[in-house]
Design a protein around this ligand. Sequence first.
Ligand code: HEM
Length: 275
Amino acid sequence: LEATLSKSGVDWNTSANTALKSAATFWFLVAMIGQWLFVYFIVAFYYSPTLQGNFEAWSRNKMLPHGYVPGDTIGNLMFAIHVLLAAVLTLGGTMQLIPQLRARFPAVHRWTGRTFFVTALALSFGGLFMVWVNGRSNNIFGALSISLNAMLIIFFSIMAWKSAMARNFAVHRRWALRAYIVASGVWFLRLGYMAWIIINQGPVGIGKNGTGPFDILWGFGMFLLPLAILEIYLRAKDNGSSFAKFATAGGLVLATLVMGIGIFGAFNAFWRPLL
Ligand code: HEM
C-alpha cells in the first residue's frame, strides 16, 4: 500500500507540475498573440505619419487624451518617441519569454534584453515627463497610477539587469518576469476595459475622462492584478503543494479566457477601426 501511495504521490506531483506548466504556456501563447496585435496596431497606425513628421494624423485616434497638441513641440516629440518605442518594447518583451529563443540563441536574448531595458527606461521616464511636465493625462488618479506603474517598470528592469549581470539566473528570471508584466500594464489596461464592458454588457463604473470607480480602480489594477497573479504563480511553481499547483493552473486558465475576451474586444474597439 505504501508503495502505491508514494507512487500515486509522485504521479500527483508530476501531473500538478505538468498542469501548471501547460496553463502558463497557454497564458503566454494567448498574451503573445494579443501583444503582437497591439504591436501591429502601433506600427500600422503610428509609424509612417510619425516618421514623416505628420503628427496631425494622430488626431484620427479619438481615444488619446491629448495626442497632437498644436504648439506643444516638446510634448508632441515626446509622444512621437513614445509610440515608436512602444512597439519595440512590446515585441521585445514577448521575444524574451520564448524558451526556444533563449535556449538556442542566447546572444539574441542578451541583445533583446538590453533593448528591452533601455526602451523600458525611456518609455517610463518619457511617460513621467509627458504626465507631469506636459500635463498629458486624464486626471490626477490616472497620473498617480501610471506613475506608480512607471516606477515599478524602472525598479524591476534595473533588478532584472543587475541579476543578469551577476549571472544569477534564478533571481534574474523572477525580476525579468515582473518587469515584463508591469511593462505590459498599458496593454492590460486596454484589455481590462474591454473584458469588463463585454462581461457587464455595458460601461459599468466608467466615467467621463476616466473618473468613474472602474477607471480609478483599474488604473492601479492594470499592473497590480497581473503582478499579484505572477507572484502566486511563482510561489506555486517553486514550493507549492500539488493542490496549490492545480488551483493555480485552473486560475491561470480562467485568467487567460478573460484576457482572450479582452484581446478580442480591444482589437475590435480600439485597434481595428484605425487600421
Ligand atoms: C512601458 C510600456 C508602455 C507602452 C507599450 C506604452 C504605449 C503607449 C501607446 C501605444 C500610446 C498611444 C495610445 C494608443 O494609441 O492606444 C501611449 C500613450 C500615452 N502613454 Fe504610454 N506606454 C507605456 C508606458 C507609459 C508610462 C509608464 C507612462 C507614464 C508614466 C505613459 C504615458 C502615456 C501618456 C500620457 C500617453 C498619452 C499621451 C497623449 O495623449 O498625449 N506610458 N502609450
